[in-house]
Design a protein around this ligand. Structure first.
Ligand SMILES: [Zn+2]
Length: 170
């Protein structure tokens, strides 16, 4: 079955065994899954190596550049260790139309990201705190503009009244 290029999961299904059981017996007999062997030959990536890079928010291609391996190989090892990059997480969540999820914001750290325009909005995910702060900033700006506008019109009324008064006097 290995020679036929079957994966552990496929062998497991054929034999009605869990993938990990198949993996156990492969090791026991000194056999290796073919795609695993292929990727291992190109250079393995441990969970300990990958995890900090994933947590730092790096994409598979950024990791590939850093470690000098192909994107396919990096993706293989991410899968192997059950890790998901932020980009992959976003893609999955977006496909499932999930409204929010935990992601790392450069400003706020690990926090909730919400889908812009709510579920089904499809506007991408944004840090909820960054968004709230942007709303506050926008409100403050509008308020400032209104105040400035108010002061300007008050000044205008004052000068008009003053000039009318002076013209009626003369
Ligand atoms: Zn943020």
């Amino acid at each position: 079955m290995l020679e036929q290029g079957l994966s552990l999961a496929e062998i497991g299904r054929k034999l009605d065994l869990h993938e990990s059981t198949v993996s156990y017996w492969l090791r026991k007999h000194g056999l290796e899954a073919t795609h695993r062997a292929k990727h291992a030959a190109r250079g393995g990536l441990s969970r300990a190596e990958l995890e900090p890079m994933v947590e730092a928010g790096m994409s598979a291609s950024q990791i590939a550049d850093l470690v000098g391996l192909s994107k396919t190989t990096v993706r293989h090892w991410l899968r192997e260790h059950g890790l998901q990059t932020q980009w992959a997480k976003r893609r999955t969540a977006s496909n499932e139309r999930r409204e929010g999820m935990m992601l790392r914001c450069p400003t706020h750290g690990e926090t909730t990201f919400r889908l812009r325009g709510g579920a089904g909005g499809g506007g991408g995910y944004r840090c909820a705190r960054c968004r709230a702060e942007a709303v506050v900033r926008r409100r403050r700006k509008v308020k400032r503009l209104l105040v400035e506008e108010g002061e300007a019109s008050a000044r205008y009324v004052a000068t008009t009244v003053a000039s009318r008064r002076s013209s009626s006097i003369t």
